[in-house]
Design a binder for this molecule. Structure first.
Ligand code: NAD
Ligand code: WQD
Length: 344
């Protein structure tokens, strides 16, 4: 059985990927320092799959902690590197923490891989590297735009570190998946997005408003160039994203990644406005959402969606769930989360 290390594996995307990897027959080891997730994810993964992944609490940015981990498992067949701080606004306040955490973690892993600790790496990149593109949809060849935050910059620099390291180390192969906007939760509602404190992303704001934790959703701007004036993104189901990681690992194993380092956009290829999301949520939940239009959010881009041709043809990946299905799972997760919390 091939052992895959998931850094940041108790987090939102990592926990869903753990489920898909276990279902695909991999042994999963999770390392996380739990700064932005809960150990409850391990129980959720166990309930869904019947398998409890190994969990090690450690900090990927601390070299000796990673050395001990690699020693304990005698290296890994492959690594999926999710661990990162990801709050855009916070990164502007704390740039050093973000550069240190996100980049030292990657460098530690690459150094251990170079010493024989593993050959295949899948990295969590982001559509943030495109900024506001000149033309849409964006392909993997669209140029990087200057990052609007230290967080965004860590993704751009991380891709550069990967490309340059892999260029001169033929034992390492890597794929960066540039995620667009993953949403939703596992259909079992055993795992999902768990923002600690105030959320950053649209869907938790919507579900928290619907469940009554927030009075109203604020929609940031209705003067954008779109059908209803609200901003456009490419939202897709997190379980579909999890499956993209399994396919990326398979591509690396089957040695079809001739380039050494490759990048793939992962999204639906379709842009949706904020108001369309609100309407779709109202439809699946049967609720009327309380919202108000306010000014634009600083640093927001107007519109972005992916050209996913490369992921479709090379990884054999495409989204399977609809927007409504994804929103329904997000809603079921939020409701379950609040029931459990109120019982505790
Ligand atoms: P998340 O915060 O839920 O998961 C990240 C996990 O990494 C958390 O469990 C956190 O505790 C852990 N972590 C952070 N620093 C660590 C460290 N130094 N050592 C060990 N563990 C550490 O976030 P997510 O949404 O699951 O995102 C996963 C990855 O995908 C991140 O790299 C993020 O930047 C990237 N990404 C996310 C989105 C999104 O919309 N969620 C979009 C594009 C890219
Ligand atoms: C989506 C839309 C908001 C909240 C983030 C990260 C980016 C990348 C992708 C990781 C926007 C609007 C939101 C609210 C709103 N992630 N909105 N009211 O903007 O694509 O960016 O995810 O790499 O780095 O910044 O996603 O979910 O924050 O916002 O109107 O309360 O919803 O203005 O148009 P975004 P988001």
């Amino acid at each position: 059985m091939k052992t895959v290390l998931l850094t940041g594996g108790t987090g939102y995307i990592g926990s869903h990927t753990a489920v898909e990897l276990i279902n695909a027959g991999y042994k999963v080891v999770i390392v996380d320092n739990l700064t932005n997730s809960s150990i409850d994810s391990i129980e959720g993964i166990h309930k869904i799959t019947g398998v409890r992944p190994d969990f090690v609490k450690a900090d990927c940015s601390v070299c000796c902690e990673m050395e001990s981990l690699f020693k304990k498992y005698n290296g890994f067949h492959s690594i999926i590197h999710f661990a990162a701080l990801k709050a855009v606004g916070e990164s502007v306040e704390k740039p050093l923490e973000y550069y240190h955490n996100n980049l030292s973690s990657l460098i530690n892993l690459l150094q251990l891989m170079k010493k024989g600790g593993g050959g295949d790496l899948v990295f969590s990149s982001s559509c943030t590297v495109y900024g506001q593109p000149d033309s849409l949809p964006v392909t993997e060849k669209s140029p990087y735009k200057p990052a609007t935050s230290p967080y965004g910059n860590t993704k751009k620099i991380a891709e550069d570190i990967l490309r340059e390291t892999i260029n001169v180390n033929s034992s390492i192969k890597g794929i960066a998946l540039r995620y667009f906007n993953p949403i939703g939760a596992h259909s079992s509602a055993e795992i999902g997005e768990l923002p600690l404190g105030k959320p950053d992303n649209l869907i938790p704001f919507i579900t928290q408003t619907a469940v009554g934790i927030r009075e109203k959703l604020q929609i940031f701007g209705n003067d954008y160039d779109s059908a209803d004036g609200t901003a456009i993104r490419d939202y897709f189901h997190v379980v579909d994203l999890a499956k993209a990681h399994v396919l990326a690992l398979k591509r690396l194993e089957e040695n079809r990644n001739k380039a050494g380092f490759e990048v793939f956009n992962v999204g639906t290829g379709k842009g949706v406005t904020v108001l369309e999301i609100v309407k779709a949520f109202e439809k699946v939940s049967g609720l009327k959402l309380n919202y108000e239009i306010v000014g634009r959010r600083a640093g927001d881009i107007e519109k972005v969606w992916a050209d996913t041709t490369l992921a479709n043809t090379e990884l054999g990946w495409k989204t399977q769930s609809t927007l409504e299905e994804a929103l329904l799972t997000a809603w079921n997760w939020e409701k379950k989360l609040r029931e459990v919390k109120s019982e505790k």
